[in-house]
Design a protein around this ligand. Structure first.
Ligand SMILES: Nc1ncnc2c1ncn2[C@@H]1O[C@H](COP(=O)(O)OP(=O)(O)OP(=O)(O)O)[C@@H](O)[C@H]1O
Ligand SMILES: [Mg+2]
Length: 254
């Protein structure tokens, strides 16, 4: 079943077509890698899909619904969330508070406030805090729960960002270079979590990743981008054997 359907997305900056008629699908519960050389348009594509940037043309459908005019917040509420290549933690809040802010449906956020009793609010908050602490444990940041997020290293902020998106109970997570700047041990654990979340909760992932070994090991489908275009889509094996991929990607890397 197709969860995300991207069709003909196009976006230019000045004279450069950063994303050029890009079309591809992400299947429900799959791990799809988006690869391509620096400047290929991968992050720009993520920005459009997650609502942070408008496309000039094209459509994004998620779980059968059009997303291309929605705000990032509404897209996230639909179950499609993303992390950033450079995470944006709220540095003056604690690590725990950063995760709690991502929780869905704060009681009182909407109409509920009128009806929610103080006890209901407290018990909801307690449950949210338990979940947030559990997620911080998962990414091994529980020791830092009460410190300012501003004290975390770049790699740790990526892990915090990951915990934050998990707090929203997503169906599809877009990860922009989740392993970059994270030490290899934690990176390995992060990959385990990704596989586990897919297995246990059916969460789908679309991830931008430059580590091709990891891409080949972890993903079901690989989408290759070059100069704004989708060069090809295939299984890791198909992509590995594709000479155009070797030329465009490995050529530009070396
Ligand atoms: N806000 C912007 N303003 C102007 N140009 C931009 C902007 N964002 C991206 N670009 C340009 O669009 C092109 C695609 O950039 P993008 O960041 O999407 O590439 P990428 O594939 O994520 O690269 P990397 O692997 O280095 O992260 C590049 O030429 C980049 O300079
Ligand atoms: Mg990028």
């Amino acid at each position: 079943m197709t969860l995300l359907e991207v069709r003909g997305l196009t976006r230019s900056f000045g004279g450069v077509r950063a994303v050029d008629e890009a079309s591809f699908d992400v299947a429900a519960g799959s791990i799809t890698a988006l690869i391509g050389p620096n400047g290929a348009g991968k992050s720009t594509l993520f920005n459009i899909v997650s609502g942070f940037l408008r496309a000039e043309r094209g459509t994004v459908r998620f779980a059968g619904r059009a997303m291309q005019r929605r705000t990032p917040h509404r897209i996230a509420r639909a179950g499609l969330v993303r992390t950033f290549q450079t995470p944006r933690a709220l540095t003056k809040l604690s690590v725990l508070e950063n995760v709690l802010l991502a929780a869905p449906h704060h009681p009182g956020e909407r109409l509920g406030r009128v009806f929610a009793t103080p006890r209901a609010v407290r018990s909801h908050e307690a449950a949210a805090e338990r979940e947030a602490r559990r997620l911080l444990e998962l990414v091994r940041l529980d020791r830092h729960a009460d410190e300012y997020a501003g004290t975390l290293s770049g790699g740790e902020r990526k892990l915090l960002d990951f915990a934050r998106v998990l707090m929203t109970e997503p169906r599809l997570i877009l990860l922009d270079e989740p392993m970059a700047g994270v030490n290899p041990t934690l990176g390995g654990q992060l990959l385990e979590h990704i596989l586990e979340l897919r297995e246990e909760r059916g969460v789908a992932f679309l991830l931008i990743e430059h580590d091709l070994d990891l891409v080949m090991r972890a993903s079901d489908t690989v989408v290759v981008m070059n100069e704004g275009r989708i060069l090809t889509v295939g299984t890791p094996d198909e992509v590995r054997r594709d000479e155009r991929v070797v030329d465009a990607y490995l050529g530009a890397q070396g």
